[in-house]
Design a protein. Structure first.
Length: 96
């Protein structure tokens, strides 16, 4: 298992997490203001991002790039927060 491979996988997780987090802000605004447009359009997009984060982190766990705690924290935190925290923890371990 090479550090480069782990970092490439983490880069993909981080990009998806940031994009999903950016979608989460207007989605929450839509729920607060009861905007159907926000909920109907952004809700499914955020859901797909969440599922993709679970897939990416789960695949990394299957490939033994990191432990199963990473997809678990993604599920528990609703996606982006857990993905970003997990990314930071793994990168800190890689740097020693």
């Amino acid at each position: 298992m090479t550090t480069d491979r782990i970092e490439r996988q983490l880069n993909l997780v981080l990009v998806v997490a940031i994009l999903d987090a950016l979608l989460l802000v207007p989605l929450l605004y839509g729920f607060i203001t009861d905007s159907e447009v926000h909920k109907e359009i952004l809700g499914p997009i955020h859901g797909i991002g969440f599922l993709f984060l679970i897939f990416l982190t789960g695949r990394g766990a299957v490939e033994k790039l990191w432990g199963w705690w990473f997809p678990a924290i993604v599920v528990v935190t609703g996606g982006p927060p857990g993905s970003i925290v997990g990314d930071l923890l793994i990168r800190a371990r890689l740097r020693g």
